[in-house]
Design a protein around this ligand. Structure first.
Ligand SMILES: *Cc1c(COP(=O)(O)O)cnc(C)c1O
Length: 394
């Protein structure tokens, strides 16, 4: 069966990982900085800090940004759990704002008209690869002293045009930190893995501190050795703990895979875009089915990196329920998935007054079905998917 998403691993990827296994360092070695430098250069960001997964990247962004108890973190309900949970890890309250109907990303108008003055951070999710309205969101966050964290787990390799300039995702002006996931289902993979990019030296230092137990090894930064005179001797073993950090490091094996994958990222993105367009063309006139769209604020110089192909199906109109449609497609060899159950309606988050406040996300959820989209899909497989969708109407 064709899955809805799948990693693309080459012989070169395998060689890169095996080479590390034969080397001196499996973790904390040279591949980590090599991957970070290559990723930062690819995006055009000043810093890239690697970490163990996309959830850790979001948690680190919260910690580095100083988000804490009593703060409010605003995010979209139409995302994976982690975009919201990261705020809870640091004790913040999560408020969900509905999405805009085409991009399915945070509705900037709604965010502005419902602005909570306790908002410390906004987590803007680039849904399916469609960037959030970053130009407006950054202005809004900037005017209100809030951090803008872009969860770009879906949009690595994309680019967005502001005015006359085009910026890679990961280096969009006004975004304080951008987080990425390298889970195998995402556009590039390191097995598990994540990254945070930022242009801020201070945030980059803090991200690295929290990634590694809060340990500071740079003696120029030492503060406390004077406290206990017995500890005054400073040597190459010395370190200080400056914060309660975590072990969120990425290994050299994973970073080697990341470097190798990054070299093919542009080809992954263009293949995904090509499949996306083929589907759009094939499905445009089908009844009871709506293709994903692009919002009006996306200027023509932008390059969207599609992670998912989420169609909207009017299941009632079609005369088949979603489980029936998924079953029928499965019997025809086509795997599908639903992205996402609105996080705001999860039992953990869904207390009375938060339920049902995101009608656009809820409407989308009831109609959503993600079709297979990954670079390894062959032309025959694409035709098979298209044929299977057309047969739903028989
Ligand atoms: C995958 C994903 C994450 C979490 O990434 P992991 O690497 O699985 O921890 C966070 N946000 C979004 C939008 C994602 O799709």
């Amino acid at each position: 069966m064709i899955p809805y998403g799948k990693q693309s691993i080459s012989e070169e990827d395998i060689r890169a990982v095996v080479e590390v296994l034969r080397s001196d360092f499996l973790t904390c070695g040279p591949k980590v900085e090599e991957f970070e430098s290559a990723f930062a250069a690819y995006c055009g960001a000043k810093h890239a800090v690697s970490c163990s997964n996309g959830t850790a990247a979001l948690h680190l962004a919260m910690l580095a940004g100083g988000v804490t108890e009593g703060d409010v973190v605003v995010t979209s309900p139409l995302t994976f759990l982690a975009s919201a949970n990261a705020g809870r890890y640091v004790g913040a309250e999560i408020e969900f704002r509905d999405v805009e109907v085409t991009s399915l990303t945070l509705d900037a108008d709604l965010l502005e008209s419902n602005w909570n003055p306790n908002t410390k951070a906004v987590v803007a999710v680039d849904f399916a690869g469609h960037p959030a309205d970053l130009e407006r969101l950054s202005e809004l966050c900037n005017n209100n002293g809030a951090l803008l964290i872009e969860d770009a787990s879906h949009s690595v390799g994309g680019a967005i045009q502001f005015e006359d300039e085009v910026f890679k995702i990961g280096a969009v002006p006004g975004v304080d930190m951008t987080t990425f996931s390298f889970h195998p289902v995402k556009t590039m993979t390191t097995g598990e893995g994540g990254m945070v990019t930022t242009d801020s030296d201070i945030l980059a230092d803090r991200l690295k501190l929290f990634r590694n137990h809060g340990m500071e090894r740079r003696q120029t930064e030492f503060r406390a050795f004077g406290i206990d005179n017995n500890l005054l001797e400073i040597g190459p073993w010395s370190y200080e703990m400056h914060a309660l950090g975590f072990n969120y490091r990425l290994t050299d094996m994973q970073c080697a895979l990341g470097i190798s994958q990054l070299s093919r990222l542009d080809s992954f993105v263009s293949r995904r875009r090509c499949i996306w367009e083929t589907y759009n063309e094939a499905f445009q006139d089908l009844p009871h089915l709506r293709c994903p769209g692009v919002s009006s604020w996306v200027k023509p110089g932008s390059l969207l990196s599609w992670h998912l192909y989420p169609v909207r199906i009017d299941f009632e109109g079609l005369g088949r329920s979603r489980p029936e449609v998924m079953g029928k497609l499965r019997s025809l060899g086509v795997g599908t998935q639903v992205h996402y159950i609105p996080v705001s309606s999860q039992p953990y988050y869904g207390d009375g007054n938060k339920r049902g406040l995101s009608p656009v996300a809820a409407d989308f959820y009831h109609e959503a079905l993600s079709l297979p989209l990954f670079p390894g899909l062959t032309d025959e497989e694409i035709e098979l998917v298209i044929g299977a969708i057309k047969r739903l109407h028989e």
